[in-house]
Write a protein that binds this ligand. Sequence first.
Ligand SMILES: Nc1nc2c(ncn2[C@@H]2O[C@H](COP(=O)(O)OP(=O)(O)OP(=O)(O)O)[C@@H](O)[C@H]2O)c(=O)[nH]1
Ligand SMILES: [Mg+2]
Length: 96
Amino acid sequence: MCTPTLLFHKYVVYGGEKVGKTSFQQCLSEDEFCESYTPTIGCEVRVKSYSLDNIHCKSQIWTTSGQGKMMTISRAFLRGCSGEFDIFFTIRPCTQ
Ligand SMILES: Nc1nc2c(ncn2[C@@H]2O[C@H](COP(=O)(O)OP(=O)(O)OP(=O)(O)O)[C@@H](O)[C@H]2O)c(=O)[nH]1
Ligand SMILES: [Mg+2]
């Protein structure tokens, strides 16, 4: 009997205040979109489990508050990441 392999990935969703980071994170992890807005305080981690070519995979998806102080701190969260999603609001150029 084969032992299932577990692949682990870490992703960070990064961007300015209220650009849709948590919504994007929620779409990735739970395939859901919520119209209400609750600002992120500190950071939030969600986990997505899936199977790829019979390999059991787990992804941790991190996001932080878009407020200036947390954006600086969140650079430390990039360590060990497989990927980063930079989110911005096209009609608010200051978020790019
Ligand atoms: N129409 C539309 N609304 C969106 C989209 N993405 C997010 N929103 C809405 O924009 C608001 C802010 O979304 P959040 O995902 O909470 O934004 P955030 O970047 O995590 O905010 P902070 O944590 O405060 O930095 C919410 O009311 C969402 O429903 C989108 O693609 N389209
Ligand atoms: Mg948020």
